[in-house]
Design a binder for this molecule. Structure first.
Ligand code: SF4
Length: 271
């Protein structure tokens, strides 16, 4: 059994994987969901402050026109803007994307780097995006913390943090590395379905007994701490959208990581 504080992470991941039918989280992620590191990188930048659906459409259109670093590096921002207009801050992103592509060509011989320091030195790349590239592009253990991971880790009682960056730092310290890769896809799916920003459905949650908030609610006690669902500007997707009290649970075999990377280039990883 692997525990961090009161959290039995092995049981927790087993519970989520079983509930959502995603298969064994111990199977290396890339065995089932190989993604192009370049498209993961660009898709995750596009997903910043953007809803998943818009990210998915913009990513598909962008990669149809500019499928690799060479073609994107030559692109004019004016060509990119109309393609990604549906994403937040599209003018800024249209300026950044060719710069990112040129840096990859000039400094890394066309290969997306594989380390956090190199990745976060690229224009427009923060910790979450860099971790998404490691995990979903290369299958290297990383801890992509989007709004869902941040919110749920706090509700579980695994961390007490105010920002996704603090959550990432804490999880890196307390979480066994074998849990790093499956953590984001499973918590993302849970955050999109039951453990939503508003109105978490603890009464049908498969991991309620492992969760401090779930146990408190079941006992009729107030939740242990204010739910720090997000900080301003982080992951607009689904945040603030009231959760239905009833409704179908979405199960996916290949969870999208939007807003957060979270799925393919589609992976919005604002999260
Ligand atoms: S019990 Fe409630 S707060 Fe805890 S993980 Fe489940 S839905 Fe979220």
């Amino acid at each position: 059994m692997s525990r961090t504080g009161a959290i039995d992470w092995e049981r927790l991941l087993d519970g989520l994987a079983g509930f959502y039918g995603t298969g064994d989280w111990r199977v290396p992620y890339l065995r089932n969901h190989a993604e192009d590191p370049f498209q993961v990188l660009i898709g995750t930048i596009l997903s910043q402050r953007t809803r998943d659906e818009a990210t998915d459409r913009a990513s598909a259109a962008l990669f149809a026109r500019f499928p690799d670093a060479t073609s994107l590096a030559r692109a004019d921002p004016g060509e990119i803007e109309p393609i990604i207009r549906a994403t937040g801050f599209y003018r800024t992103k249209a300026r950044i994307l060719p710069k990112v592509a040129r840096e990859i060509l000039d400094r890394f011989a066309g290969q997306v780097p594989r380390t956090l320091p190199e990745l976060t030195a690229l224009p427009g790349v923060g910790p979450k995006t860099a971790n998404c590239v490691l995990v979903f592009g290369y299958g290297i253990p990383g801890v992509p913390v989007d709004t869902h991971v941040h919110r749920i880790a706090n509700r579980l009682g695994a961390v007490r943090t105010r920002t996704p960056e603090e959550t990432e730092a804490k999880l890196r310290r307390i979480l066994d590395r074998r849990f790093w890769i499956p953590l984001n896809p499973l918590l993302l799916q849970h955050g999109q379905n039951l453990c939503r920003p508003i109105g978490p459905r603890c009464e049908i949650c498969p991991i309620a007994l492992l969760c401090r908030t779930g146990r408190a609610r079941a006992a009729g006690r107030p939740t242990p701490r204010p739910e720090d669902a997000r900080r301003p500007g982080q992951g607009v997707r689904s945040v603030g959208r009231p959760a239905p009290t009833r409704g179908p649970v979405r199960r996916r075999t290949a969870p999208s990581r939007s807003s957060g990377r979270s799925a393919s280039p589609r992976a919005s990883r604002s999260r």
